[in-house]
Design a protein. Structure first.
Length: 425
């Protein structure tokens, strides 16, 4: 009965359009109030909400969001696009290659998929269409390349996962860096194939060493941000939270005093926008924690674990089934909500099967990124539609070859644990 009330009300609230965080909280409260099997009071919800946020690692989320917004508003996108163009812009389909490369650069700053889509799309999409790139293909590439945001560190969802499982944030970031570069290479290979097959434009531009050096010099303050974040963590000098806070200081210095595109009057809107974004993430984490706790307290979690163990799955098949479940959840549920909802249930089973915590984490993180590209809840497609003014159906068709490449890398990660653990052993 508890499970029916818990998931039934949650599903109904999602269908009628209630925000995920409120749907999780209301479903938890309803199950406590109306289920005859539950004898605790609703006061436990408040305790679990605060308990879910009682982690210093989660403070890094707010700092990462603020650092990303400061760099976005500080003129960083244009410098990264110019640098990417000067590296790969002279071949057929070169601006599409630059789009992928710029998305990778920006991913190392923002950690957000939709932010990457909007920032890079607003800089490149209109110019690419104007010189002859196919609209649907370009918008589709933008959707999938934006998926590098939460994979290449820093990554908000990796911080959330590490907080729940005790995994090392630094190890998660190392693994994400390797996999992100692999995805970037796969997307570039597909771009080169389609560019020649569909005769995409070839720029006449010839970048001289002097121009490349100039663009690289201008992008140095931006490129230093991921070095500060990752260097601080990997060296052991800074925790992830401390590294993120130092990144905020550097982003502020770069935006105000180096690029000079952030004025004092801009700071309040940037801080408010960052606070709203971070609050949304943390509220989902808090209510998901209460939901997951009741899921475990009621015994539903044990029943599920016993059922899966009774199937006598090996580690590979378990990872495959989890990947499919996460992909299905990702089509209708926001990524962090999916992770906080399912990881407390699935990770103990994965651990009992000897699955590496980083390997399992990469399955969770990448599958949730794929959810941003798959309707109906596809924030990357929504973001690309706002930039391109195309219909979602047209964008979905355009993304198919790039999406297949992304899926190929994902299932390689699922079936080959060494891809995730190569840099962390």
């Amino acid at each position: 009965m508890t499970g029916i009330i818990l998931f039934g009300i949650f599903a109904v609230l999602l269908i009628i359009g209630v925000p995920v965080a409120f749907a999780l909280g209301c479903a938890t409260m309803a199950a406590i109030v109306f289920s005859p099997e539950i004898t605790i009071t609703t006061a436990v919800i408040a305790q679990r909400l605060f308990g879910g946020l009682d982690s210093t690692s989660l403070m890094a989320i707010a700092f990462f969001v603020l650092a990303g917004n400061l760099m976005t508003k500080g003129g960083i996108s244009r410098r990264l696009v110019d640098l990417a163009n000067s590296m790969v812009g002279g071949v057929r389909g070169g601006m599409s290659l630059a789009l992928v490369l710029a998305s990778a650069f920006f991913a190392a700053l923002s950690g957000s998929a939709p932010a990457t889509v909007i920032a890079i799309g607003s800089m490149l999409y209109a110019d690419m269409v104007r010189i002859g790139y196919p609209k649907e293909r370009t918008a589709g590439l933008l959707v999938v390349a934006g998926g590098l945001g939460p994979v290449i560190p820093p990554s908000i969802i990796m911080v959330v996962y590490a907080t729940m499982t005790g995994a090392s944030v630094g190890d998660m970031f190392k693994s994400g860096m390797l996999i992100g570069i692999t995805i970037m290479a796969a997307l570039m290979a597909i771009v080169l194939y389609l560019a020649h097959k569909e005769n995409w434009p070839k720029a006449d531009m010839k970048i001289t060493p002097g121009e490349f050096a100039n663009n690289f010099f201008k992008a140095i303050p931006a490129l230093l941000l991921p070095i500060i974040i990752l260097g601080g963590i990997y060296s052991g000098l800074l925790t992830p939270t401390e590294s993120a806070s130092v990144a905020v200081v550097w982003a502020l210095i770069a935006g105000m005093f180096i690029y000079k595109e952030i004025k004092p009057k801009d700071l309040v809107p940037i801080i408010l926008d960052s606070a709203k974004s971070a609050a949304m993430v943390l509220f989902i984490v808090a209510t998901s924690t209460a939901f997951s706790w009741l899921f475990t307290y009621s015994g539903i979690s044990k029943m599920l674990i016993d059922t899966i163990i009774g199937m006598h799955l090996n580690a590979v098949m378990f990872c495959f089934i989890v990947a499919i479940i996460l992909l299905l959840f990702g089509t209708f549920l926001e990524g962090i909500a999916t992770a906080v909802l399912l990881v407390p249930v699935l990770w103990p089973i994965a651990s009992s099967l000897g699955i590496n915590v980083v390997h399992f984490g990469m399955i969770v993180c990448i599958s949730n990124v794929i959810g941003t590209m798959t309707p109906p809840v596809a924030v990357n497609i929504f973001s690309a539609a706002s930039v391109s003014k195309l219909k979602m159906g047209d964008i979905s068709k355009g993304e198919i070859p790039f999406f297949i490449g992304y899926l190929f890398v994902f299932f390689a990660v699922v079936f080959v644990p060494a891809i995730s653990t190569f840099l962390v052993k």
